[in-house]
Design a protein around this ligand. Structure first.
Ligand code: ADP
Ligand code: MG
Length: 354
């Protein structure tokens, strides 16, 4: 019998939330920001509307990000945000949807439970969890049951996750709290030190993102106009910087990201490391779109690094593909590992029978 129950995949990120609906694809991509009344705690806006309020809200409204470093930092806001996004994606319905959410691979059991509970309270029927690097790999078109190793570098807003996966499992991974946000901060402090000028986070992020439009960072006569406030006399001022200046400003956080890659490569078993030479690494997450970043990483770690064609939506699409496993999953989360193993075994049996 056909079921009326909808199934959703959610990428609950620090910077943005994406929702994938089975049969419809990615239906929502909004910032994970909630604006509330500071006195009553009432939620005033969620997502894109709330992001516009960040940094420029009057005294009684606070705009915050309920997720921090990939996990729930503010439980109540996360629950309300999820509820809003679920309803926005599939409308209000009496039949609760089944939901699969991706979580960082280093998440603790308590943090996992918080995600499961928030999802239930937000209106989900059953909730399953999948580890983000696996979702990123599936969404980038990698066959994760492949016994050879694959390296995934996911650079989000709050965290960078570097993982090597093989045979459907994470072999080794490293998560650091240096990602898109730190790149913005690095631009802010570069401008402050070099020009004695203060700029806001939004401005810094805009400059970082506009790097994407520069064809050749080394050889361009493009200049970015940056406006802010002088630290000397407090007056509005503007300066012009080159794309190469911006990349130079990002040096320190980029080095930290490269160090995380070194750490993972250093701990990777030699057999798998040799696969990586052949297959290279895939980058996902909004931060991977920083122009010149994949090249820098490639130059330093010595293996090919490609930005996923679906950098921003790879995780939610991979999570969405895992939806097809849902029928194999029994209860909340616990059986996910078993179901995955069962699917891998089935695949291998199929291969052997050729
Ligand atoms: P999360 O998974 O933590 O929610 P995302 O994968 O959505 O994060 O990535 C968010 C980060 O990506 C932010 O820091 C944002 O500024 C950055 N970002 C998004 N688009 C671009 C782009 N075109 N160039 C550079 N950075 C980008
Ligand atoms: Mg992410």
């Amino acid at each position: 019998m056909a079921t009326l129950r909808r199934s959703l995949a959610i990428d609950l990120g620090t910077a943005s939330v994406l929702v994938y609906v089975k049969g419809r694809g990615v239906v929502l991509n909004e910032p994970s920001v909630v604006a509330m009344d500071a006195f009553t705690g009432k939620i005033l806006a969620v997502g894109s509307k709330a992001k516009k309020m960040l940094g420029r809200t009057p005294g009684n409204i606070i705009a915050t990000r309920p997720m921090k470093d990939g996990v729930i930092a503010d439980y109540n806001s996360t629950e309300k945000m999820l509820k809003y996004f679920i309803e926005k994606s599939i409308g209000k319905s009496l039949i609760r949807p089944d939901v699969i959410i991706c979580v960082p691979s280093q998440i603790t059991p308590v943090q996992k439970r918080a995600v499961l509970q928030a999802s239930r309270k937000a209106g989900a029927n059953r909730t399953y969890l999948i580890e983000e690097p696996l979702a990123a790999a599936i969404g980038s078109g990698i066959d994760i049951s492949d016994p050879g190793g694959h390296m995934i570098i996911d650079i989000g807003g709050g965290t960078t996750d570097v993982a090597v996966i093989a045979m459907g499992s994470i072999v080794i991974n490293k998560s650091i709290n240096i990602a898109g946000d730190e790149l913005d901060e690095a631009i802010m402090s570069y401008i402050k030190n070099k020009y004695n000028m203060l700029i806001g986070e939004r401005t810094a992020e805009d400059i970082k993102i506009s790097l994407s439009d520069v064809e050749d960072i080394q050889n361009t006569d493009k200049l970015f106009e940056i406006r802010g406030r002088s630290l000397i006399n407090g007056l509005p001022m503007q300066v012009f910087v080159t794309p190469l200046d911006v990349l130079e400003a990002l040096e320190s956080p980029i080095n930290e990201i490269i160090n995380a890659c070194y750490y993972v490569l250093d701990k990777t078993p030699p057999e798998i490391a040799s696969d990586l030479f052949e297959k290279g690494a895939i980058m996902t997450g909004g931060g991977s779109l920083v122009k010149g970043l994949s090249q820098r990483i490639m130059d330093r770690i010595g293996i090919d690094v490609k930005v996923s064609e679906e950098a921003i939506s790879a995780v939610v699409k991979g999570t969405g593909k895992a939806l097809s496993w849902i029928s194999k999953l029994e209860s909340d989360n616990q059986s996910y590992e078993d179901a995955r193993r069962q699917i891998l075994e089935e695949k291998q049996r199929l291969r052997r029978s050729y």
